[in-house]
Write a protein that binds this ligand. Structure first.
Ligand SMILES: Cc1cc2nc3c(=O)[nH]c(=O)nc-3n(C[C@H](O)[C@H](O)[C@H](O)COP(=O)(O)OP(=O)(O)OC[C@H]3O[C@@H](n4cnc5c(N)ncnc54)[C@H](O)[C@@H]3O)c2cc1C
Length: 297
C-alpha cells in the first residue's frame, strides 16, 4: 500500500488535514482507532455553527464527507510503528505490516490522566470537566468547584467565578501562599483544605473525609495529558513542555522537527479545542501538500 500522505488519527484535526489533501486530489490514508478525547461528553460547545451539537455527530459528518472523496482510504486500525525510509515513511498497523507514505501527519490527540478521586471518572464529561469555555456556561451560574491537581489549579480557580460561585478543593495538591490567598479572596473563591473521600450524587456532591458534603452543579479539574501514540517519539520528533504535559513541537506550518512529518490538534499544542484542531489540520494538510510539490512546506 502506497500513499501520498498517511494521517494517523481520524478525528477533528486529522479529518480537517485530510479534507485539504483530498480536495487537492492527493492519495490519502487515514488510520483511526475511534477514541476521540471528548467521547465522554454528549454536547460540544464553542465551535461555530455546531454549538451544543453532539461531538460524535460532528466527527461522523466530517468523516462521511471526507470518505466521499475518491482518493481517500480509511483503516480502522492502530498505527503501531513508523520509520523514515527513502522517499518517505514506512508504517505498520494492526494486521497491515507495510504502508508507504511520502508524508506523514500525526493527529493522534492526547490521553487525559484523571485525578484519582473515587467517583470522578464516572462523571468525566457529564458534570466534571477541564475547560470552562466548553462547559461552564451550561452550569447556569450555580455552585462550582475546582479540584486542585497541582499549583496550576490556582489559575483555574481564579477564572471560574465568571461562570458561578466557586470553591477551590485543595485536597492536598498544593498550599496557596499569602499572595495567592489574597488573589482567591479578591475573586470571591471559597477554599476547602480538607481531603475528599469521594464524589457522589447526580451532579457532583463532594464528600469530605470529615463527613461533610458540598453539593456542586459542576466540578473542574486539570488532568495530566500525554500524546496518545508514541509514533512521534519513534521518529525522533522533538517535544515541548506544556502546562499539563509534553506535546509535539511544530513550526508555523505544523511541520515537526523531522522533515516531512506534520502534527496537528491536541497532540501538537498546549491546550486544544475542536476549532483549534480543525484550524491546525488545515495548516498541516496544506503544508504537507506543498511539501509534496516543492520538497518543503
Ligand atoms: C470531556 C471533554 C469535553 C470536551 N468538550 C469540548 C467542547 O465542548 N468544545 C471543544 O471545542 N473542545 C472540547 N474538548 C476538547 C476536544 O475534545 C479536543 O480539543 C479535540 O478532540 C482535539 O481533536 P484532535 O483531532 O486533535 O484529537 P482527538 O479528537 O482526541 O482524536 C484523536 C484520534 O486519533 C486516534 N488515534 C490515536 N492514536 C492512534 C494510533 N496510533 N493509530 C490510529 N489512530 C489513533 C484516536 O482514536 C482519535 O480518534 C473536550 C475534551 C474533553 C476531554
Amino acid at each position: 500500500m502506497q500513499y501520498d500522505v498517511a494521517i494517523i488519527g481520524g478525528s477533528y484535526a486529522g479529518l480537517s488535514a485530510g479534507l485539504q489533501l483530498a480536495r487537492a486530489r492527493q492519495s490519502v490514508l487515514v488510520l483511526d482507532t475511534g477514541a476521540r478525547r471528548n467521547r465522554f461528553a454528549q454536547h460540544s460547545h464553542g465551535f461555530l455553527t455546531q454549538d451544543g451539537a453532539d461531538p460524535a455527530a460532528i466527527a461522523a459528518t466530517a468523516r462521511a464527507q471526507l470518505r466521499a472523496y475518491g482518493t481517500v482510504s480509511w483503516l480502522d486500525a492502530r498505527a503501531e510503528r513508523a520509520s523514515v525510509v527513502e522517499g518517505g515513511f514506512l508504517l505498520s498497523a494492526q494486521q497491515v505490516p507495510a504502508i508507504l507514505a511520502r508524508k506523514l501527519i500525526l493527529a493522534t490527540g492526547v490521553i487525559d490522566q484523571l485525578p484519582e478521586v473515587p467517583g470522578l471518572a464516572e462523571r468525566w464529561g457529564r458534570s466534571v470537566f477541564h475547560c470552562p469555555y466548553c462547559h461552564g456556561y451550561e452550569l447556569q451560574q450555580k455552585p462550582l468547584g475546582v479540584l486542585a491537581s497541582s499549583p496550576l489549579s490556582l489559575h483555574h480557580a481564579l477564572m471560574l467565578p465568571d461562570w458561578g460561585p466557586t470553591t477551590l478543593f485543595l485536597n492536598g495538591a498544593f498550599t496557596p501562599d499569602d499572595a495567592q490567598l489574597q488573589q482567591l479572596q479578591q475573586r470571591g473563591v471559597a477554599i476547602e483544605d480538607g481531603l475528599i473521600r469521594e464524589i457522589s450524587g447526580e451532579r457532583a456532591v463532594m464528600v469530605m473525609q470529615d463527613g461533610r458534603s458540598i453539593a456542586l452543579e459542576g466540578l473542574f479539574t486539570l488532568t495530566r495529558t500525554r500524546v496518545a501514540s508514541d509514533i512521534a517519539a519513534q521518529l525522533g520528533c522533538e517535544f515541548e513542555a506544556g502546562p499539563t504535559g509534553d506535546f509535539i513541537k511544530t513550526d508555523a506550518t505544523r511541520e515537526t522537527s523531522v522533515p516531512g512529518v506534520f502534527a496537528c490538534g491536541d497532540a501538537a499544542r498546549a491546550a486544544g479545542s475542536l476549532a483549534l484542531a480543525v484550524g491546525d489540520g488545515v495548516m498541516a494538510g496544506t503544508a504537507a501538500h506543498r511539501a509534496l510539490i516543492f520538497g518543503q512546506a
